[in-house]
Design a protein around this ligand. Structure first.
Ligand code: GLN
Length: 554
């Protein structure tokens, strides 16, 4: 063991600058079968179990500059990084899996790529040449990938190419990866193709043809995979592995069976069992520590707890995207990875608030829940129903956690039903309201563009000593992530406070209220920020944990 660790050091010391290695993960047959989960789990394993420095990079082929203007109902949640990047939910899954914050360097869309190129062209940087896919677009991609390696000082950059082989959208990206291997040397890149093994019900057996053709297509683009990960409903047999191997020139021991699995936190452990980490390091000539770090042991412990018997806690989530659970993936993940710390397990009750018309409807929906979350949201649909849910939670001592829009609606509810400001509203919901409790942030008033114009990313939150928030976070300054355009109207802070609402967190230099709480309630708290974006399995969000603790007592 010691010998291995020393050799890693010697290896690093002997070269003036460390050679970054690359793992490129592509997919064949169909998308959406867990390429992202596989890549994040491999990164988890390389980092937590073997102490390697990792940097993931997600490439998305769409022409949007970022995910900011995407509809969560169609594409799933818009995740926000500390630097304010609005990105694909996969980045959230990476952050949680590798217990590390990422930046805009870890995310590239076709839109961002082409904008960089066109901006360069406008500045005359191509010196009169016609700008072409090869070499200009592929060069831009390679420099993006290499730059990530440099700035993160990573041992391994893991590139996940969105979509599947054969898509027009990622074809030039695949070509760039082929060129990268040519330039960096094949020994420095490991290509992994994630395929799907079909098992038609009518045949009752597994078929490899689609996987073979998909892999052939990749080989036709000049890329020889080093490993093939076979996703499937059931484990694949030796015969199937041999078949995939023969058609792809990939040795049988590098054909990995990865059947459907219900607990994603166990995937790194499954990959370790199958020695995927060792095989990848072997391909790349990477030495690694064999003794797992404490973090990996904690990860194993968490995964083990998820399998154990746990007390069930029933949490209602209100929202308009309740049919598409991916729209709330960070909230769901935070509940899922926080509950085991309390030996609990969360079951979710989805509340479609646009269907709530009167207060009695709410009673019917919330009578059997242990806690209510009103998550982020935009626009007026369903807002009145959410306000009724908040009122019900407040009046019936049910733990309540409001997130972003949920914070703003909690202010409105309190103004209406406690302070007697009957017409209280947000100008986002009713632009002509006479009692504008929630208004647009001053600096956002005259903006015309939609993309990237919200108050975004990590900001400091000053916490008032002696409050519940102070007790929960244990400090007076925290950093959390934001994504909003509206805020509590500072003119109404006084009246709300006079009636008992406590603003226990605010922006350090401005009157932006960021946490609210009610002292005489088992748990009534809301945040203008999104604690679900910073919560990680190894470092769960303190406020979610406190909320669940309170819910467990109901
Ligand atoms: N729509 C609200 C705003 O823009 C809340 C946003 C959110 O919940 N992310 O401020």
């Amino acid at each position: 063991m010691r010998r291995k660790e020393n050799s890693l050091k010697a290896n690093k010391d002997s070269t003036t600058s460390k050679k970054t290695k690359y793992v490129v993960v592509v997919g064949s047959v169909i998308s959406g079968v867990g390429k992202g989960t596989f890549t994040a789990s491999l990164a988890n394993l390389l980092k937590l179990a073997h102490g390697l420095k990792v940097a993931p990079l997600k490439f998305d082929g769409y022409l949007n500059y970022d995910a900011g203007t995407l509809n969560p109902y169609r594409h799933g949640e818009v995740f926000v990084l500390d630097d304010g990047t609005e990105c694909d939910l996969d980045l959230g899954s990476y952050e949680r899996m590798i217990n590390q914050n990422l930046t805009h360097h870890n995310y590239l869309t076709a839109g961002k790529l082409f904008k960089t190129i066109i901006d360069k062209e406008r500045r005359g940087e191509y010196l009169g040449r016609d700008v072409q896919f090869i070499p200009h677009v592929t060069n831009e991609i390679k420099s993006y990938v290499k730059k990530l390696g440099e700035i993160s000082d990573a041992d391994v950059v893991l590139v996940e190419v969105g979509g599947t082989i054969g898509d027009l959208e990622n074809s030039y990206f695949i070509e760039a990866m082929r060129e990268l291997a040519y330039e960096e040397g094949k020994e420095n890149i490991c290509f992994i193709n994630v395929v799907y093994i079909l098992e038609p019900k009518s045949l009752g057996e597994q078929k490899t043809k689609a996987a073979q053709l998909g892999t052939r297509r990749l080989m036709g683009l000049g890329i020889q995979p080093d490993m093939i990960v076979c996703r499937s409903e059931h484990p694949i047999s030796k015969k199937i592995k041999e078949k995939v191997s023969v058609y792809s020139n990939v040795p049988v021991d590098r054909i990995i069976s990865l059947p459907d699995h219900d607990v994603i936190y166990e995937i790194p452990l499954i990959l370790a069992e199958k020695k995927v980490d060792e095989k990848v390091c072997d391909i790349l000539g990477l030495k690694f520590k064999e003794k797992p770090s404490n973090d990996f042991k904690r990860w194993e412990e968490l995964a083990r707890k998820m399998r154990g018997v746990r007390k069930e806690v029933n949490i209602a989530i209100t929202g308009k995207y309740t049919d598409v659970h991916d729209a709330y993936i960070s909230i769901l993940s935070t509940l899922e990875h926080t509950a085991p710390y309390l030996n609990a397990k969360v079951s979710i009750k989805w509340i479609e608030t646009s269907k709530i018309e009167k207060y009695t409807d709410v009673e019917e929906m919330l009578k059997d829940v242990n806690g209510v979350i009103v998550p982020g949201g935009f626009g007026s649909r369903g807002a009145e129903g959410k306000i009724m849910c908040i009122r019900y939670a407040r009046e019936n001592n049910i733990p309540f956690l409001g997130l972003c829009f949920g914070f703003q609606l909690a202010c409105i509810e309190y103004a209406r039903n406690v302070c007697g400001l009957k017409n209280a509203n947000s100008t986002e919901i009713d632009p002509n309201t006479k009692t504008p409790i929630v208004i647009i942030l001053p600096e956002k008033r005259n903006l015309k563009e939609m993309g990237g114009t919200l108050r975004l990313g990590g900001q400091d939150v000053e916490i008032k000593p002696g409050t519940k928030a102070h007790k929960i976070y244990g400090k007076t300054l925290i950093r959390e992530r934001f994504r909003h355009r509206y805020e509590l109207n500072p003119e109404y802070i006084e009246v709300l406070e006079k009636h008992g609402l406590v603003f226990s967190g605010k922006a350090p230099k401005r009157e932006i209220m960021q946490i609210l709480e009610l002292p005489n309630h088992p748990f009534f708290m809301a945040t203008q920020f999104h604690p679900e974006f910073t919560s990680k399995p190894l470092n769960p969000s303190p406020i979610f944990k406190a909320f669940l603790e309170a819910a467990l007592k109901v």
